[in-house]
Write a protein that binds this ligand. Structure first.
Ligand SMILES: Nc1ncnc2c1ncn2[C@@H]1O[C@H](COP(=O)(O)OP(=O)(O)O)[C@@H](O)[C@H]1O
Ligand SMILES: [Mg+2]
Length: 340
């Protein structure tokens, strides 16, 4: 078994050229998922998370940078050369209805990767494996004969997970795996993912805008803004002490109590919409919405720097020793108590 990280993105770029200009959906993303590690990728809708996820499993073609899986550069491998490697990485989509073939039975859907990769020796072995997988995701053997439309959204997502894990991949990319589901079943699907990850030990890039979910599942979190990573830190450190003003704003929008003080954070309301990735603002891309921006932020691009202690952040206002300004102190100057 390789000892390389399961996923290494280096300077990953995905630009979409169109009539209106070039959309810089992913613009230099460097990110590693170690063996058995869960890395959360968070950020507002439109920040480029799905683009990164799709490029990571080569469902989309990067326009720059490299993608390595288990140490192998897969950035420009042909479909054919990629095929034998495909068993090592899988994507679970947001909407299971669109990713499951409606004409196939559940049994066929779950067995398909086993067949494609020649893993089950014969029909009986495939059958047995499907039953085992269904049980692992909390479904009954008779579900194998049903079609996706006969099942609930939560059950369909369990099937996507069973299918993705059928060949024991080293890397699972889960793109908002619960956000299309009823709120009432989201927690059970998240718990299932967490249990399976612990048992099987696959590495996972967990894409979400659900901060409670990412705090629960991820060992480490990368925060994306307009196609770039602006902060990266172990989960506990990020939630306890977000450094980037964008991360501070993002976390303040979720009613998650501070793990140390048990106080909920002061809400930071960002002004304006996410700017268009067609024309990212010059300097720091966040400066147009940052309550703390100074002149330098409008002209000079901040590098993603490693701080003392190993966290990464791209903000001119954060010192190398980690001293960071508090965005909340600027937005709501007269209400210093927790508001929610
Ligand atoms: N195929 C495409 N063609 C053109 N633009 C795209 C395409 N896919 C995504 N984008 C654009 O790239 C940006 C990032 O999208 P996406 O990766 O889906 O973000 P997220 O998953 O964080 O919501 C958005 O502005 C989106 O409109
Ligand atoms: Mg998305």
């Amino acid at each position: 078994m390789s000892t390389a990280p399961v996923l290494e993105l280096a300077g990953l770029e995905r630009h979409f050229a169109g009539a209106g200009g070039t959309v810089r959906a992913a613009d230099g993303v460097t990110l590693t998922v170690g063996r058995g590690e869960v890395v959360g990728l968070v950020g507002e809708s439109g920040s480029g998370k799905s683009t990164v996820g799709r490029c990571a499993v080569r469902l989309d073609e990067p326009t720059g940078g490299t993608v390595r899986i288990n140490g192998t550069d897969v950035t420009t491998l042909s479909r054919r050369a990629l095929r034998p490697l495909r068993k090592d990485f899988h994507l679970v989509f947001q909407d299971p209805s669109s990713s499951l073939d409606p004409r196939m039975t559940v049994g066929e859907i779950v067995a398909e990767p086993l067949r494609l990769h020649g893993i089950a020796k014969n029909k009986e072995a495939a059958h047995a494996r499907v039953r085992e997988l269904l049980a692992q995701v909390g479904l009954r053997p008779e579900h194998a004969d049903r079609h996706p439309h006969e099942l609930s959204g939560g059950q369909r997502q369990r099937i996507s997970i069973a299918r993705a894990l059928s060949v024991d991949p080293d890397l699972l990319v889960a793109d908002e795996p619960t956000s299309a589901l009823d709120v009432s079943v989201q927690a059970s699907v998240l718990n299932l993912l967490a249990d399976l990850q612990r048992d099987r030990g696959f590495g996972c890039l967990f894409i979400t805008h659900d901060l409670a979910a990412v705090e629960y599942l991820a060992d480490r979190i990368a925060v994306m803004y307009l196609g770039q990573i602006v902060e990266q830190a172990p989960t506990r450190e990020l939630f306890a002490d977000p450094k980037h003003p964008y991360t501070q704003a993002l976390l303040s929008a979720a009613p998650v109590p501070d793990p140390v003080t048990q106080r909920t954070r002061e809400r930071i309301v960002l002004s304006g919409e996410l700017p268009s990735p067609l024309a990212p603002p010059p300097g720091c891309r966040f400066h147009t919405r940052c309550p703390l921006a100074v002149d330098r932020c409008r002209t000079e691009v901040p590098a993603l720097r490693t701080l003392d202690g190993g966290r990464e952040v791209s903000c001119h206002l954060v010192a190398d020793d980690g001293t960071a300004p508090d965005a909340a102190s600027r937005t709501i100057p007269n209400t210093r108590t927790a508001t929610r």
